[in-house]
Design a protein around this ligand. Structure first.
Ligand SMILES: Cc1cc2nc3c(=O)[nH]c(=O)nc-3n(C[C@H](O)[C@H](O)[C@H](O)COP(=O)(O)O)c2cc1C
Length: 207
């Protein structure tokens, strides 16, 4: 698939067919991730793949939010008014656990941390965090090129503590998100995507 086609086809998918992704394809997708730019030249990224359902149950310490009223209350609390944005959350919140559990490949990406992630002292303190997100975008684009789609989820603090205990990763590595990949199910719900006219976001010389 041509690059721009993969960029345009990539969408967040949270409903998957019950189909494992072939490990050779996973390797190809992760290799694309490992080609991303990196702040210190070292690409200190590691990936824990959790495909056994029993192991997934052990690693995943979260629940789906299935009550729409509870979801609305949360969105009101955020002061969220955009209809498309609320629509996305209504699709996403009931699937935060199931999208990870049912995916065709669950990847936990890790990056080597040089400074405490939540106590940055300068922009460059965040370089390792910024770099792994480039790696993640490469992964999502390479997956789209293979007809595979997915979703990232930002873990809550207690999820990270649980992952540390179950996955046993080194102290100086951190997980920025979960990556769930798979083949979309026929009834996969896809929120309306905000379409931005590029010219509306371009400024010349001054804002
Ligand atoms: C940094 C980041 C964090 C995200 N966190 C979550 C998340 O916690 N749960 C989830 O379901 N989707 C999450 N997403 C997916 C977004 O909801 C999705 O990318 C967005 O709605 C745009 O839709 P699209 O990817 O189909 O264009 C995240 C995406 C990014 C880039």
């Amino acid at each position: 698939m041509e690059l721009y086609e993969a960029i345009n086809r990539r969408r967040t998918i949270r409903d998957f067919e019950d189909r494992i992704i072939d490990m050779d394809i996973v390797k190809k997708i992760l290799s694309a991730g490992l080609k991303a730019p990196t702040n210190n030249h070292l690409r200190e990224w590691e990936f824990v793949i959790v495909n056994d359902k029993k192991e997934r149950s052990k690693v995943l310490n979260l629940k789906d939010m299935t009550n729409p009223d509870e979801c609305d209350k949360m969105l009101d609390g955020f002061g969220m008014t955009d209809t498309d944005q609320r629509g996305m959350y209504h699709i996403a919140m009931p699937k935060q656990f199931s999208m990870l559990y049912n995916s065709g490949c669950l990847i936990l990406p890790f990056f080597k941390m040089r400074e405490p992630l939540l106590k940055p002292t300068s922009l460059s303190s965040l370089n390792e965090f910024a770099s792994i997100w480039l790696c993640i975008e490469n992964i999502l684009l390479a997956a789209a090129a293979e007809g595979i789609f997915g979703v990232t989820r930002i873990p809550m603090t207690e999820e990270l503590e649980h992952i540390k205990k179950t996955v046993l990763h080194p102290d100086d590595y951190a997980m920025p998100c979960y990556i769930a990949l798979g083949y979309p199910s026929n009834n996969a719900k896809i929120p309306v995507q905000k379409v931005i006219n590029v010219e509306d976001r371009m400024h010349f010389n001054q804002w």
